[in-house]
Design a protein around this ligand. Sequence first.
Ligand code: FMN
Length: 210
Amino acid sequence: MNSILSSLRWRYATKKFDSSKKVSAEDLANIKEAINLTPSSYGLQPFKVLQIDNPELRAKIQPAAWGQTQIVDASHLFVFAHLTDIGEKEVAAYMQNKADRSGFDVSALKGYQDFIVGKIGEMSDARKSEWNARQAYLAVSTALTAAADLNIDACPMEGFELEQLNEILGLKEKGLSAAVIVALGYRSEEDETQNAPKIRKAEKDLFEIL
Ligand SMILES: Cc1cc2nc3c(=O)[nH]c(=O)nc-3n(C[C@H](O)[C@H](O)[C@H](O)COP(=O)(O)O)c2cc1C
């Protein structure tokens, strides 16, 4: 616990990355595994994580992300994109995966499958999309914590024009919509933000004991 707290105290939303420093393949793989291990409602993981390695694509994204320099300077860039819809297909895919991993026939899961499909079916289209986005946000949080644990800097970013980013990445055609960008890398010594105090609510204002 001490190590996770010191990592969380150490991390900050990095404004200026040192573009000469790269995250190692091993650290990147660990962060990706942590993202994949994030829990999600019913385990459906209704999102994708796009790793934007192409520098030209990153240069294209930058103006859509309010010109923020992290987009092009960070070692790695992830776009967490949620499914805009969810239903039978995604639940069936999950059940097949679960059956395969557990070594039993998928027919044994029919009751559970129907229950989930029914529950999701009660949601409006807008609610489904928003519910999917919530699952993506949890994974973003894991990414930030995992990065901090490895002394890797990160910046979560919602500062972008959604329609433009979706267009650049062709997300609509894939049934996806961008939720959060996460830039990963190493802070620049010139980034003044690293010296700023942590601004958080007083504990008594955040927690209520009933
Ligand atoms: C979902 C989300 C979106 C954010 N978007 C941006 C962003 O576009 N640009 C930026 O510089 N910081 C962004 N931030 C960083 C927050 O401003 C920052 O996390 C918050 O002020 C707390 O500071 P700390 O993370 O440095 O402790 C975002 C944070 C979150 C969680």
